[in-house]
Design a protein around this ligand. Structure first.
Ligand SMILES: Nc1nc2c(ncn2[C@@H]2O[C@H](COP(=O)(O)OP(=O)(O)O)[C@@H](O)[C@H]2O)c(=O)[nH]1
Ligand SMILES: [Mg+2]
Length: 202
């Protein structure tokens, strides 16, 4: 575990493919039939930003079962980014994504979020398996003001695009955090100067 790299947390119901996606990003391989995640696991991955600087982000896998909800909430609070996953072939799971969006209310002030529809390969193989249309997922994403992307860890569909997207979103968050901490330092300096002025005049 890398506690220094900015945390990006994956959320979503059991079996949507969170662990498989993380392993795919980690190894480049689709490893089917992951053992169910029962705690929180993480791994760090490097990326190069547009200025050519090498940065790291830490992806945190969570368990989808309700009994782990408090635990995942704890990680969301510290997260710089949240990836909400749902399975494109499982309608009921999609109907539950609101609860993951609600967790964001507890998140750090500056964070990003992205909505991800998983297992696109199954739809490519058999379009009848699609249980959530692109339009309705896009509509929810637009309402929540977050990007939406459909991916497949199995065929690699949109995986590089997804990875680039989260790196860019993280860069924006880091920029905002830097600006806000500079602003805080500026405010502290201003306030101190005010105190200094008052002291001098009294
Ligand atoms: N066809 C297909 N199956 C997937 C994909 N991603 C995950 N799976 C399968 O979905 C099941 C649950 O995946 P897992 O990563 O354990 O889900 P998690 O509970 O969200 O971590 C496993 O059998 C995976 O092999 C995908 O992109 N395509
Ligand atoms: Mg898992």
């Amino acid at each position: 575990m890398d506690n220094k790299a900015p945390k990006v947390v994956l959320l979503g119901a059991t079996s949507v493919g969170k662990t498989t996606l993380i392993k795919k990003l980690q190894t480049g391989i689709f490893i089917p039939d992951q053992t169910p995640t029962t705690s929180v696991e993480s791994f760090s991955k490097e990326y190069t930003n547009k200025n050519g600087e090498i940065r790291k982000l830490s992806l945190w896998d969570t368990a989808g079962q309700e009994r782990y909800d408090t635990l995942s909430g704890f990680y969301v609070r510290e997260a710089f980014g949240v990836i909400i996953c749902f399975d494109l072939t499982f309608r009921k799971g999609f109907e539950q994504i609101e609860k993951y969006f609600q967790k964001l209310e507890d998140a750090d002030e500056h964070h990003f979020c992205i909505l991800v529809g998983t297992k696109y390969d199954q739809i490519e193989e058999n379009p009848n398996l699609r249980k959530v249309t692109q339009q309705e997922a896009q509509k929810i994403a637009s309402q929540k003001k977050v990007p939406y992307i459909e991916i497949s860890s199995k065929t690699d569909y949109n995986i590089p695009k997804f990875w680039n997207k989260i790196c860019k979103l993280l860069e924006k968050v880091l920029q905002k955090k830097m600006e806000s901490s500079l602003l805080n330092i500026h405010n502290i300096t201003l306030n101190n100067n005010e105190v200094e002025k008052k002291r001098k005049c009294c």
